[in-house]
Design a protein around this ligand. Structure first.
Ligand SMILES: [Zn+2]
Ligand SMILES: [Zn+2]
Length: 264
């Protein structure tokens, strides 16, 4: 099971170098590893730091990979969705040979990033979560050719409510539209284990994972969302246990956009 969601110093919120992850991967006996640094076109206001330096990133990954020929180094990216960034993302994917793109919603038009307390100002829980889910629906029905829907349920991670949990039943039609769009485009749902705000160690609630399967979804990826090496593969056992419980026996990694099955 490959960890497909990892950040390095090419993300503004990480200082880690990719060699350290590769050392951890080798120590763990991993055959592959997926790097997914941020490209935040949603936050772009002229400051290039919000965007990914793809040439520098690929050069560093290639250089590191040359010393670790026992490990397949996958070149991914995590896009922060906004409608205004769609064209930028599409041309990035056309111009560079990424293995995969994770589509994530961090910020919501007019509200900012759900990471910040201000996002929730003046909104009740239902309103805050519904705005987030509508942004996710826009992202999964967008023209950007992504492979993985990142951390569905992210809005709960930093929410200020006593009961942060996102309940499927409260937004069933909206969540069904999101899951159906993911399935119809052949993308995967990420099991993201950077999950403060979740009561079971994965950002996406269990009942939403069950619903994804009911609707025909079978593609899952594992992502620790590590920003430093100590967190690499965090929660892998929780993910395996959850998949067993769901009756799923494999995850996938993506190589040049193609899903490759990995048995649990
Ligand atoms: Zn993210
Ligand atoms: Zn991330």
């Amino acid at each position: 099971m490959t960890d497909m969601h990892i950040h390095t110093h090419f993300s503004s919120d990480s200082d880690e170098i990719c060699e350290n992850y590769l050392l951890a991967a080798r120590a763990n006996g991993d055959k592959a590893i997926g790097f997914s640094d941020h490209c935040d076109g949603d936050l772009f206001d002229g400051d290039e730091h919000a965007l990914l330096d793809v040439d520098g990133y690929f050069a560093e990954l290639d250089r590191a990979a040359a010393s670790f020929d026992d490990i397949r180094v996958l070149k991914g990216v995590e896009f922060g969705y906004s409608q205004s960034a769609e064209r930028r993302y599409t041309s990035m994917l056309r111009e560079h040979k990424f293995d995969y793109a994770i589509m994530s919603v961090h910020s919501v038009p007019g509200r900012g990033d759900c990471y910040y307390p201000e996002y929730f100002d003046g909104l009740d829980k239902h309103q805050a979560y519904e705005l987030y889910l509508n942004a996710v629906l826009s992202s999964v029905t967008s023209s950007v050719d992504f492979q993985i829907l990142g951390h569905l349920g992210y809005v709960a991670r930093y929410a200020p409510y006593t009961d942060k949990r996102l309940y499927y039943g409260e937004f069933a039609p909206l969540i069904d539209r999101i899951l159906s769009a993911v399935i119809n485009r052949g993308a995967a749902i990420e099991l993201n284990t950077r999950a403060s705000g979740s009561d079971f160690g994965i950002v996406t609630p269990y009942e939403i994972l069950e619903r994804y399967i009911d609707l025909g979804g079978r593609l899952f990826t594992f992502g620790s969302d590590s920003h430093k090496t100590e967190h690499y593969r965090n929660g892998a056992e929780t993910v395996k246990g959850t998949l067993y419980r769901l009756g799923i026996k494999s995850t996938v990694r993506f190589e040049r956009g193609i899903a490759v099955e990995e048995s649990l």
